[in-house]
Write a new protein. Sequence first.
Length: 873
Amino acid sequence: MLPDATSDNISTQGLGEAELSLHLAAIVQSSEDAIVSKTLEGIVTSWNPGAERLFGYTADEMIGQPIIKILPPERVSEEPVILERIRRGERVEHFYTIRQTKQGRLVDISLTVSPIKDANGRIIGASKIARDVTDVVVARRKLEESEERFRMAMEATQLGTWDFHPLTGELNWSEECRRIYALPPGQKVDFKIFSEHIYPDDRHYAETEIQKSMDPSGDGHYDISFRIIRFNDKAVRWIRSQGKVHFNSKRQPELFTGTVVDITQQKQSQQALEESEQRIRLAVEAARMGTFDWDLLSNDFKSSQRLNDIFGYHGQPNITHQHLIDAFHPDDKPARDKAVAEAPEKGSLRYEARIYWPDRSIHWIKVFGKIIYNEKGQALRMYGTVMDSTEEKITLNSLEENEHRLNIVIQAAGLGTWELNLLTRELIYSDRYLQILGFLPGSHPTHEEILSKIHPDDMPVRNEAIKEALENGTLDFEMRIKPSPESTRWIRSRGKVFYDKKNAPWRILGTTMDITEQKTAFNALQASELLFKTIANVSPVGLWMTDVNGKNTFVNATWIEWTGIGVTDHSDEGWLGAILDPDREYVLGVCKKSLESRENFAVEFRIRRKDGQIRWMLSEGGPYYTIEKEFSGLAGSVADITERKQQEIQKNDFLAVASHELKTPITSIKAYTQLLAKTYERTDNEFLKNALGKIEIQVNKMTKLVIDFLKLSKIESGKLQLNCEIFDINKLVREEASDMQMVSVNHKIVIMEDQPVNISADKERIAQVINNFLNNAVKYSPDDKQIVIKIEQSAGMVTVSVTDNGIGIKPDEHDKIFERFYRAKANTNTSFSGFGIGLYICAEIIRRHGGKIGVRSEEGKGATFYFTLPVID
Ligand code: ADP
């Protein structure tokens, strides 16, 4: 049976049946394709050599065998479908399928199956032509794969493609293109829509560029970036559009093809990059950095204007590399050359050097460079910056200087310095610190060894101090150490805590000082104070001290025992509370005077003891000073003089009584003497006359003495009363002077008076003071004849002074002569009689009038006694 001859490939027209049969057989035999026939049941009836080649089975192996032998199991179901179509008289054409060879290999085939009819047109079988299409399938698959890859690449690059036909106006966008424009599905595009979606600002530019590409004389290409407005969200995006115009034979644009890619992100990052570059540039400018770009292969060196400025070439553009190299200070040039030479290997350049400006001033620069290599590792270029570090250097130098100065101070003070890292517990210390602790300078004791030097009893002190320092930032404590087992020394450590960026304590910088000597001195002081206090407190006298302002700072136990007033109870004048009212003001005055004049004083007063007893006290005191001779206040003692005072009072009382008792007989003697003198006025008995004269003089002396004694006793017992009246002091002086002149015929008393001056005073007492001055003047100037009384007025005060040219008084006795019973040393052994109470009484009288009394004199040069009283207007 021959196969049906109706195959597409075979033309049978014009051939006789036998010819045809032969012809067909030849074709079948020689065909590259497998040509097979089968019954409607699928049994193979013919098998040509092509089928043998393709499927590996010989005709013998296949004829009479079911065709499904060459079907892979998963394709067996194809066969009934094909046979069914054949039965219906249909052809199956170019059906791509897979068959299995005898060797089990799968082959891609293209199958064409046609029905075989008998002479009656009945379908009796099928012929099939199978063509090995493996290569085609492989090629197609490859193409598909390649297309897939292209699509993926497109997707990856997000490259949209389009074509535009200017003659028809048709515009086609690829999926990606539509995605870039966010074009809704189904939406058609044309040139108008495309144009409308160009960002208005860019539209003119884009269209002009596209237009230009259509110029037949050009190459028809364009490549532009512009902004579009997306369809759905109206977002503005940057795209890059590349296009090519295809011209027809008439050089008319016939077709545009092109690509579109969304470059928004790229544009944004480019902008960000530009911004960051701008920022770097600004930073460079702000840092006043010069920059350079050095091509290491061509040795081409480009420097920025700022770099030239740094080298002192202000505004000069044509500065060569050599100019700059020549500027280096000879001392720094070798280091610079070395750094440059090593840079290609190191990858970077870094040095600091001095340069000379054209004006020969010296400046410091700091240079940083970075080497750029090619892929072979060859150094191509060096980029770098140059900074003027002159000021920084000056600052650093002054910092160094400061540190140097600090070091000198530290050394001079014998301060050990240290630094404790609180995180690592690492301790860095100076040699002096080691020395203080008893280590050799330069040694490296461990932390434990250092800690072992601390006196065991003081370890808690140290730990507590560090704990506190961590809380409040400063360390300051004293402790004992044992530099060697047999010695103990005191140290004081002070420090400051430094914090890290997170504000956590990071390290302590500190100093340590050996304070043993101070401490010993301090201890000695404490011991001495203790001794003083002990002595003071067991002393039978009261002891007291004040500060510079006179505020009481110390009283001893004795005083407290007497008065019940301790120093802590003392308000400003607390201690005065113990003094009896009449004496208080006077005592305070004396103390104040001493505080101001810084002179010693002695004052007697009465106190009321806490047991109620009234006691007489003598307080003697004076200024005390520090070792540096600085005034520190007053210090003194208070002694109970009640017994002595009582004796004195008894003596006074006796004096008062005796004087009083003497007064009457003396007055009587005086009266009789004067009577006798009168009676014997004219007698020739010289002896009598003389004797009477002498008696009168002696009686006068005695009278004065008795009056003085009486006054004294009155003063002493506080009974001196003042009977003040207003009178002219000139008049009183004149009266007293003329009285004195009468009895002192050998002296000439001169009065130098002013206009009348009224004062309010006890006339009798003031007369007594003048009389006393005059008496003394006469008494202590036996060889000199003139006595001058002066009455002067100024600033509401009147001063009466009596000047003689007698023996005078040593300055150191000036104060003392106003004390009771004091007589100047010069006259104690001479014939000048007296008790040393006249000036004492005068001083008391003047004091009670609120006036001042005093003397100006030198030994052998006479004396001027004066008193001053307030004037009544
Ligand atoms: P008296 O004269 O009785 O000793 P006074 O109290 O009057 O006592 O004087 C005290 C002392 O002052 C005298 O002892 C004398 O040393 C000294 N004195 C007083 N007046 C003069 C004077 N005009 N010149 C020198 N010394 C004087």
